[in-house]
Write a new protein. Structure first.
Length: 91
């Protein structure tokens, strides 16, 4: 697969997390739980976490800047959170 095709496939897979388990592009993503992936979506939008483990996990990243308990998600993030919640229930 050439680089342009790979970038296009990778960007389209970000919208369809549920399809990720069948995609060779996402093969390496299966090492993290759906709960961890869901928390990262909220962390990237600046959510505070009460859990010491989550605080420690995200504070090591320069992009993490907590500023709200209820971050505003865009429609893609909301869809991904819903898919990840469904995936977590199936495990």
């Amino acid at each position: 697969m050439n680089p342009a095709t790979r970038r296009k496939a990778a960007s389209s897979s970000r919208i369809r997390i549920g399809a990720c388990s069948r995609s060779p592009i996402c093969a390496g993503f299966r090492t993290t739980s759906s709960e961890s992936q869901r928390n990262e979506i909220f962390a990237r939008r600046g959510r505070y976490f009460e859990s010491a483990n989550l605080k420690t996990r995200f504070e090591r990243f320069s992009w993490y800047s907590p500023n709200t308990w209820n971050p505003k998600l865009n429609s893609i993030e909301e869809a991904n959170v819903a898919l990840l919640e469904q995936a977590g229930k199936r495990r």
